[in-house]
Design a protein around this ligand. Structure first.
Ligand code: CU
Length: 298
């Protein structure tokens, strides 16, 4: 029996490609000693709504104000991130409802998408979001905060941070989703089927002796989570299953994802087994969807 999961899928237009100003890497604002956070220079959240997909919930992300201690984070050393999510009028959001068992899900990726982290920071009574994190490499990072303001719908906030050091830029992304991906002892077959509106992404987990992995566990209340980010880090999709299923006895978990536009994307599936979470990264190319004239105009 296969497990079919339906999804609550929220797609956000994180800026409009081709319209971004080519600003030099802005120095990341530092926290002062009082713990306040200076406004981010990242204006990418200010673009208008990226419309054209009535079936999807598209929204401009809120601003994620990013501060850090030290103010110039070094690759490999612990950095305290101090974050704040602001509403459209600049008001900090102070109270959050639980969203998939956490107040804030923070996704951190390096430019070029070779580094990925999914963190669950602390949130204090003033809405200050903090976590310690050692950025693995230097470079520009993009931060996405999935959250749900108290009494409102789930939302996304996005911001940026620069980490100093002399690491090389990420290698160009090469689609590999049609191949078998291995994580530890587990082999994962990833089948991607483009559709008119949605692309299905099916994971099938098999052990070294080619038996289905039947003992996946729920992770944050679902049998899997799927984060998909465009190669330019501007488009972000986080797919969460709606299904109540808490088991996948045949080792298969399926998602349906809407890709905002054609192009190269990197995706990270996250699953749990033996009480530990593992991540399945892969790169895919989303081809031009049939009959979608909106995306052709971009
Ligand atoms: Cu999370």
């Amino acid at each position: 029996m296969r497990l079919w999961t339906t999804l609550s899928l929220i797609a956000f237009a994180v800026g409009c490609s081709g319209k971004e100003e080519s600003t030099p890497a802005a120095k990341v604002p530092a926290t002062d000693h009082g713990g306040h956070v200076m406004p981010s220079k990242d204006g990418s959240g200010s673009h208008g709504e990226h419309g054209g997909h009535e079936n999807m919930k598209m929204a401009t992300p809120r601003k994620l104000v990013v501060g850090s201690d030290p103010s110039e984070p070094q690759a490999g050393s612990p950095t305290k991130l101090v974050l704040q999510i602001q509403d459209d009028d600049g008001t900090p959001i102070k109270t959050f409802d639980l969203l998939h068992e956490k107040l804030v899900h923070l996704i951190v990726v390096r430019e070029g998408l070779d580094e990925f982290a999914h963190l669950h920071p602390e949130v204090d009574a003033s809405g200050m979001i903090t976590i310690e994190f050692a950025f693995p490499k230097s470079g520009k990072y993009r931060l996405f905060a999935d959250h749900q303001p108290q009494g409102k719908s789930p939302g996304l906030a996005a911001g940026e941070l620069v980490v100093t050091g002399d690491d090389e830029p990420a290698a160009a992304l090469v689609p590999n989703a049609s191949n078998e991906v291995a994580v530890g002892e587990i082999k994962i077959h990833i089948a991607i089927k483009p559709g008119d509106q949605e692309t299905t992404v099916r994971f099938h987990f098999v052990s070294a002796d080619n038996k289905p992995v039947s003992d996946l566990q729920p992770y944050l209340g679902a049998m899997g989570h799927l984060v998909i980010i465009s190669a330019d880090s501007r488009k972000y999709v986080h797919a969460h299953p709606l299904s109540e299923a808490k088991t996948a006895p045949d080792g298969a978990v399926e998602f349906a994802a809407h890709f905002p536009k054609p192009g190269i994307y990197k995706a990270w599936g996250q699953f749990q087994r033996g009480d530990s979470v593992f991540t399945v990264p892969f790169v895919l190319e989303n081809k031009q969807p049939k009959g979608d004239s909106h995306d052709k105009q971009e």
